[in-house]
Write a protein that binds this ligand. Structure first.
Ligand SMILES: [Zn+2]
Ligand SMILES: [Zn+2]
Length: 227
């Protein structure tokens, strides 16, 4: 009897390379992405230059690398990973991120980061789940790419009581102080790992913080970007 980890997470066929997590057939049949802007990751006519939105209001990061839209089967895998206590899915999802990063590096110039950071969870959420999903994705990526990884470098600073009384613009300003970075990032090329990027407000806040602290560049790496 094969253990669950030696079978494909999607079709349950036995795997020739069990560490891959998905069989080559399921990998080939992941939904194709539309052409996307290399900077914000949203659908665009051109995949080599930033879209009009990014030219007008550039996000605080340089590149966004993602595997696919938040649709089945990827969304199902992410849900199992996050909400059904399946941390053993991390290497399979991280490998999809690695393949996409390598493809982006081949097709459009992309520098190798020298420091990987993971989006932190609120301590209470991490405690309930037992793990931070972004941390579990960042670990194998750092190992495979030979990059430094600082698991506890980013932390959340809770300011929720104050938030409610603030105007919209003050709230935005206040959110910019919602995170703290405890390692020196000046002059470093950073990859910030998250599982799913939707509005991008969390990664925006952190990328802006890293740039204020002197980071040379920031790439966002995620499994899903909602399109
Ligand atoms: Zn399969
Ligand atoms: Zn864009």
């Amino acid at each position: 009897m094969l253990s669950i980890r030696s079978r494909c997470w999607l079709c349950r066929q036995p795997l020739s390379l069990m560490r891959h997590g998905l069989c080559s057939c399921c990998l080939r049949h992941l939904p194709a992405r539309p052409p996307c802007c290399p900077r914000c990751g949203l659908p665009a006519g051109e995949t080599r230059t930033p879209c009009g939105r990014c030219l007008q209001r550039p996000p605080p990061w340089q590149r966004l690398v993602f595997v696919g839209d938040y649709v089945t089967p990827l969304s199902g895998l992410v849900k199992r990973f996050k909400f059904h206590r399946a941390p053993e899915l991390a290497p399979a999802l991280a490998r999809l991120m690695l393949l996409r990063w390598q493809q982006a590096r081949r097709e459009q110039y992309l520098n190798r980061p020298d420091l990987i950071l993971a989006v932190p969870l609120h301590a209470t959420r991490c405690w309930r789940r037992g793990y931070n999903q972004s941390d579990l994705l960042a670990r194998p990526l750092a190992r495979w790419l030979g990059c430094a990884y600082r698991p506890a470098a980013l932390r959340r600073v809770r300011k929720t009581a104050l938030q409610q009384r603030l105007s919209a613009s003050a709230r935005r300003r206040n959110l910019q102080r919602a995170f703290a970075c405890t390692v020196p990032v000046a002059g470093r090329h950073i990859a910030l790992v998250d599982d799913v990027v939707t509005t991008g407000s969390t990664v925006s806040e952190i990328a802006a913080l890293l740039r204020r602290q002197g980071a040379a560049s920031v790439q966002i790496w995620c499994v899903c970007r909602t399109l």
